[in-house]
Design a protein around this ligand. Structure first.
Ligand SMILES: [Zn+2]
Ligand SMILES: [Zn+2]
Length: 392
């Protein structure tokens, strides 16, 4: 078989190896898959040791998702210094670099998403690169540039973590698991489960968001990037699997917007806010979300029409339904706003009970109208997605 020659230029593009990361990301998984089962085979692990593992997994994971990601990178809410301090410790435990580096890379990821020259972990360069390859070599696209995190340099906790990062990493990855193991009479089990296995798994679970969440799943809100919504990934990433929504509305503190979406990070932030430890939680207006979804469905349906070469009548029907549902969404947004304002203290005094009841009735009326219209819209879309002779 003839060997395909790799272009000379592509071979020369290999960036220099980052030996610290290369050794760390090769040795720790190798030790985890050998030492952890071997020690378990000889000595076994008990419920206490597994509990420490689960708690530290959650602590590291959520410090990254609620702290590094939604708080520091995107500023979707504000947090009490005590919470920021805990997230800074958890982030060092997760060993994913300090807040400054992480947030700077991540802000560039959003700004230049899928741009192979400027997105530090561009999915366009393949699964391996976006998952971990970008960390193993000193690529130009991931070079340090803190010009986009000047706001974070004013946060004393961020700067304190940056100054003492190595000491905190050792304390959280060796000191803490060893102490928890010592308290239970088995330092090695504590280090293997709470230290090693937890470190490797928590790192790769986070990295799946940069790799798999840009490859596998649906794009219900926008096709401006490769980011995808994937419920299965949400299960192991503390809710970060709704990545298409996140890339479309990155200022929202939620990634899973429905109450039943599995997003423990959103629940944590919400609980912190109820306890007075977080404030200013940002949410995207529901009508904007609705419009983004409708635009995307319309875009897909139009492409489908072209592919099936349907008649002009169907094109027109699709267009009419689309314009009509957009108008209802607009109406719904206005009535919703009016009713929410009427519920507020200021308007409660100015409006009579009857007037407020009228506003509520109008809002519920439009809400119901939108519900019916959505059903009709879905029917039209279904008819377009299942090829039928009647359409042609
Ligand atoms: Zn993000
Ligand atoms: Zn992304």
């Amino acid at each position: 078989m003839q060997q395909v020659q790799q272009p000379k230029q592509a071979r020369q593009e290999k960036a220099p190896i980052n030996w610290t990361n290369m050794i760390l990301f090769t040795v720790t998984p190798a030790l985890a898959i050998t030492l952890v089962p071997a020690y378990g085979w000889i000595n076994g692990y008990d419920a206490y040791e597994w509990t420490v593992f689960v708690i530290l997994m959650g602590f590291c994971g959520m410090s990254i998702t609620a702290g590094y990601h939604r708080l520091w990178s995107h500023k979707t809410y504000q947090a009490h210094p005590a919470i920021r301090f805990i997230f800074a410790l958890g982030g060092a435990c997760a060993l994913q670099n300090d807040v400054l580096n992480w947030a700077s890379d991540h802000r560039r990821h959003h700004q230049f998403v899928d741009d192979n020259d400027n997105d530090p972990y561009s999915a366009g360069r393949g699964f391996w690169f976006s998952h971990i390859g970008w960390i193993l070599r000193n690529y130009e696209s991931a070079k340090n540039d803190f010009s986009n995190v000047k706001d974070l340099q004013r946060d004393p906790i961020v700067m304190w973590q940056s100054r003492h990062y190595l000491a905190l990493v050792l304390l959280m990855n060796i000191g803490l698991p060893a102490l928890l193991g010592y308290l239970h009479g088995d330092i090695i089990a504590g280090l293997l489960l709470g230290g090693l296995l937890r470190l490797v798994l928590s790192q790769h679970f986070t990295y799946f968001i940069n790799s798999l969440a840009h490859i596998w799943g649906k794009r219900p809100y926008s096709d401006n990037s490769t980011a995808r919504d994937n419920t299965l990934l949400a299960l192991i990433t503390y809710g970060e699997g709704y990545h298409n929504y996140h890339h479309t509305f990155q200022w929202d503190y939620r990634n899973g917007i429905r109450w039943w979406h599995f997003d423990p990070t959103k629940w944590l932030i919400n609980t912190l806010s109820r306890l007075g430890l977080a404030s200013g939680l940002k949410r995207c207006d529901p009508d904007k979300i609705e419009r983004a979804k409708l635009d995307r469905q319309y875009q897909l349906a139009t492409a489908r029409c072209k592919k099936l070469a349907v008649t002009d009548d169907w094109h027109e029907r699709l267009e009419q339904e689309y314009q009509s549902i957009l108008q209802t969404v607009q109406l719904w947004a206005e009535h919703r706003q009016a009713w929410y304002e009427a519920k507020g203290k200021e308007w409660q005094e100015r409006l009579s009970l009857l007037e407020r009841q009228q506003l509520r009735a109008h809002y519920l009326e439009v809400k119901y109208k939108l519900k019916l219209q959505k059903k009709r819209w879905q029917t039209v879309l279904r008819m377009l997605t299942t090829p039928q002779p009647a359409l042609a």
